[in-house]
Design a protein around this ligand. Structure first.
Ligand SMILES: Cc1cc2nc3c(=O)[nH]c(=O)nc-3n(C[C@H](O)[C@H](O)[C@H](O)COP(=O)(O)OP(=O)(O)OC[C@H]3O[C@@H](n4cnc5c(N)ncnc54)[C@H](O)[C@@H]3O)c2cc1C
Length: 493
């Protein structure tokens, strides 16, 4: 055994850090305020229905395989990851529809059938372009600790240009596609880290490559199975998992983190502390000087979630479905400029009972409906608006569904309803302003403004979460946990 490390938070970032550290011989105690692992990756059960409450699309399978292989395990012994085909079924109000598939030839055929031949070559060019982006950013950025300015300065000039940070995502997509439906489809990938395609740098088009070329997976049994798999591996490796154990303060002595005081009053000493709690929230609540960095980027968007128990089977829908708004620019202006819940939003509907029928009673479906929403501010009061907004969204769902398949009983469609507003997300997980992906990437420099995995001023304090390098979303958060653990290892030598 080498060093004692405390990890605060059993989200995917905290669990990944704990796994990597325990596999490398550290004695790890993991403190979690909830009574379960997974953080935002949770589940709810009610009246025979089961829903995941957070992530629903899992990409970059190789990242998880790497974490498990490093611990001497095979991911397949812990999780049955099913490739989703189609990945997503897209619907537009004008009647257009397409299945997005992770096979270039099949996707070209789907584009030809849905929108004619003129964008098929554009898609092939787009996939080559996004593959080059992936090759350039994955080396110096994704799979390593946060690059320094010196690292960036040492990149070949050709690679710097290929990062394509001077255009927006939307501008680069428009340069590849003429059909507005396809432009909107690829613009949507900006929301995978809570950003706007009209403001985020084109570098983020790499997200489309990760999904469309490498595929998307669903853990059989539900996304929450992934959190349980991480928990199982952590405990097999000897991590002491303590649920219902909220941390109150990170103890600091002589400028170094030296332990954690719990809400219960207990203090646990440690040689290093890894914080999985949202960076800004942690600085405001867990670190004694409450020093908040002033130069952090804008928060990512938040989300409004409806968990609906639906009567009837809807054969026109797939596991993942998108009903696009006709005015995407206005949706992002509502979210990031006016900071109000979008009036006519894009509706995302995930139905795991399509793959796991026992997630809903016979003849029913479990709909997870996600609307991108602004991070919390004075501009929108969810306490006053949530009920009205939920009714509005259900009305939009019925209208969209009625357009693709006749509904015999629209009134009786929703049998069970649960909801999560940005206020709930903030209160449950401790997310700054209800942001679900930490910080947005709405400027060219945002990726470099995001805090790193090692605290800049307090020694032996590390961060592993969607709010620090390399960013939000399950695969990047896993990489964040690995990077934080690597920092601990380097500093222990
Ligand atoms: C609705 C929604 C949909 C999403 N969809 C996707 C998707 O499809 N694909 C994708 O890849 N990502 C998605 N995400 C994002 C993804 O869920 C997150 O990026 C990721 O799960 C964040 O993990 P984390 O470890 O950084 O933090 P969290 O999951 O927030 O974990 C932090 C943990 O710290 C704990 N904690 C907080 N304060 C304390 C304290 N004082 N003491 C002890 N413990 C504490 C919390 O309880 C929590 O368990 C979605 C998120 C949401 C909310």
């Amino acid at each position: 055994m080498k060093t004692d490390v405390i990890v605060i938070g059993a989200g995917i970032g905290g669990l990944s850090a704990a796994i990597r550290l325990a596999a490398h011989g550290y004695r790890v105690t993991l403190l979690e305020k909830l009574d379960r692992p997974g953080g935002k990756m949770g589940e709810v059960r009610a009246e025979g229905f089961r829903w995941d409450t957070g992530p629903s699309v899992i990409t970059m399978r190789h990242v998880y395989e790497g974490l498990f292989a490093d611990a001497g395990r095979d991911l397949r012994d812990y999780l049955d990851l099913v490739p989703l085909q189609p990945i997503t079924r897209y619907f537009w109000r004008d009647g257009a529809t397409i299945d997005a598939v992770a096979d270039e030839e099949a996707m070209c055929e789907n584009i030809r059938r849905a929108f004619g031949p003129r964008d098929v070559d554009g898609y092939r060019r787009f996939m080559r372009y996004t593959r080059r982006l992936y090759e350039v950013v994955s080396g110096p950025f994704l799979y390593r600790q946060k690059p320094t300015l010196r690292d960036l300065a040492s990149l070949p000039v050709g690679d710097v240009l290929r990062i394509d940070a001077l255009r927006t995502m939307h501008q680069a997509i428009r340069a590849h596609f003429r059909d507005p439906h396809l432009v909107q489809l690829f613009d949507r990938f900006a929301t995978y880290n809570g950003s706007s395609p009209y403001r985020a740098p084109a570098t983020l088009n790499v997200i489309a490559y990760v999904e469309m070329a490498q595929g998307a997976w669903y853990p059989r049994g539900g996304i929450f199975r992934l959190a349980r798999a991480w928990e199982r591996l952590a405990s097999e490796l000897g991590v002491e998992l303590r649920y219902n154990s909220p941390a109150q303060e990170i103890c600091i002595a002589s400028g170094r983190a030296c332990g954690v005081r719990l809400m219960s009053g207990e203090t646990i000493r440690a040689d290093a502390v890894v914080c999985n709690v949202d960076y800004t929230w942690a600085r405001e609540t867990l670190i004694p000087d409450r020093a908040r960095r002033k130069d952090t980027p804008e928060p990512s968007c938040s989300g409004f979630v409806l968990l609906l128990g639906i009567r009837g089977a809807h054969d026109a829908l797939a596991h993942h479905n998108i009903f696009f708004t006709p005015d995407y620019r206005r949706e992002f202006d509502d979210i990031f400029v006016r900071r109000i819940a979008p009036r006519d939003p894009t509706l995302y509907v995930c139905i795991t009972s399509k793959t796991d029928p026992d997630h809903a009673p016979p003849g029913c479906e479990n709909w997870f409906v996600l609307i991108n929403a602004p991070y919390l501010s004075e501009a929108y009061d969810w306490r006053a608006e949530a009920e009205r907004y939920a009714q509005h969204i259900k009305g939009l769902l019925v209208a969209n569904l009625g357009r693709i398949a006749p509904l015999s009983d629209a009134q009786g469609l929703v049998q069970v309803e649960r909801r999560l507003t940005p206020l709930d997300l903030q209160a449950t997980y401790g997310g700054h302003q209800g942001a679900i992906y930490g910080f947005s990437s709405n400027t060219r420099t945002a990726a470099f403004m995001r805090p790193g995995n090692r605290d800049g001023t307090i020694g032996r304090l590390y961060f592993a979460s969607g709010s620090v390098h390399p960013g939000g979303g399950v695969p990047l958060v896993t990489l964040s946990g690995i990077a934080a653990a690597q920092c601990v290892e380097e500093d222990s030598q």
